[in-house]
Design a protein around this ligand. Sequence first.
Ligand SMILES: *Cc1c(COP(=O)(O)O)cnc(C)c1O
Length: 411
Amino acid sequence: MTTPAKPRHAPMTQFPVLDGELVIGGKPVSQLAEELGTPFYAYDRAVIAARIASLRATLPAQIKLHYAIKANPLPALVQHMAGRVDGLDVASGGELAVALASGMTAAEISFAGPGKREAELEAAVRAGVLLNVESAREVELLAAISQRLGLPARVAVRVNPDFELKSSGMKMGGGPKPFGVDAEVVPALLRRIGELGLAFEGFHLFAGSQNLRSEAIVEAQQACYALAVRLAADAPAPVRTLNLGGGFGIPYFPGDTPLDLTPIGANLAELVARAQTDLPQAELVIELGRYLVGEAGVYVCRVIDRKVSRGQVFLVCDGGLHHHLAASGNFGQLIRKNYPVIIGNKAAAPATEIASVVGPLCTPLDILADRMELPAAEPGDLVAVYQSGAYGFSASPRDFLGHPQAKEVLV
Ligand SMILES: *Cc1c(COP(=O)(O)O)cnc(C)c1O
């Protein structure tokens, strides 16, 4: 009996290696570095398209697939998504502008998020997008805006469910939350929406994020569905859209395995069938961010210095936490774990040493890889961080310490 070796990385099969180099969007990483300068993020449009195609092949055709653009709001990428998904979900006035400029029809854009400012609500009503309302205040404001503009606001109620998505990286529903309206007070809000004459269209539920267990996602979707059917009894109009959230995770860390979509597809098919009697006018929607784009992106920086401190090798790079907070472990991780990191221009070389990859910031938090097995790397080599297509560039403190900004390209 042999013990299987401990996995060094999450599974990484999305990019080819050619002549020893990582290839993104058909270009070797050294060529991209030459063209763009380092550090940069590269997102591979073919990898995104393939991910959407495989998802569509597994989910029932009636399920509408939305992209939550907070995962990656790069306008060129959002435009790429707009032609491939059924809708875009935004969470701010800024994201709304990106979504409207992407070519997606306004009718297929929805706007969720707590604390929407009056100007944001007004822009959304003018554009004709669906507003996922998160409070009684938003409902009252929307009524006033609708009256002023002579345009009834299209609203769905974002519900804070009375359960949680289990084993989720980030819980966003159940218990006291700033997101959505507590399920038990939704009936009263629905009556108010009816009194005010807003165009009620349905419900939005989002229980959590970054889940790799399909049983947990299936359970949450069933519970969300049942809750929506129950709440629909008090709705002022038939439910036309039921957004069941998403939460599909991607493998980031050693030991993580990819999400098994098959049971999720089977469950959604059952819910689609049940909805034909329970909510005959409703379209079922799922909204995904990282699952669509996370694995399609790589962050690349260059080794500036190689230092050995008391026996430990440090590869000091021109990028780090300030561009990629999540890979440094400071974006919601409780225990720091390594993202998949390779030496991109030595992608076929065997790992011969243990090295830590760090950034140039004067803080011990600036780590891209902590004591990882890597090929021996020298100044000039290119460090590539996988699983960087979501919550990378836009989720990082890019001005911190005043180093140059990272570039972004869709290739
Ligand atoms: C953040 C968020 C998403 C996207 O989450 P992912 O984990 O990237 O799929 C979807 N819907 C809502 C409401 C969100 O807040």
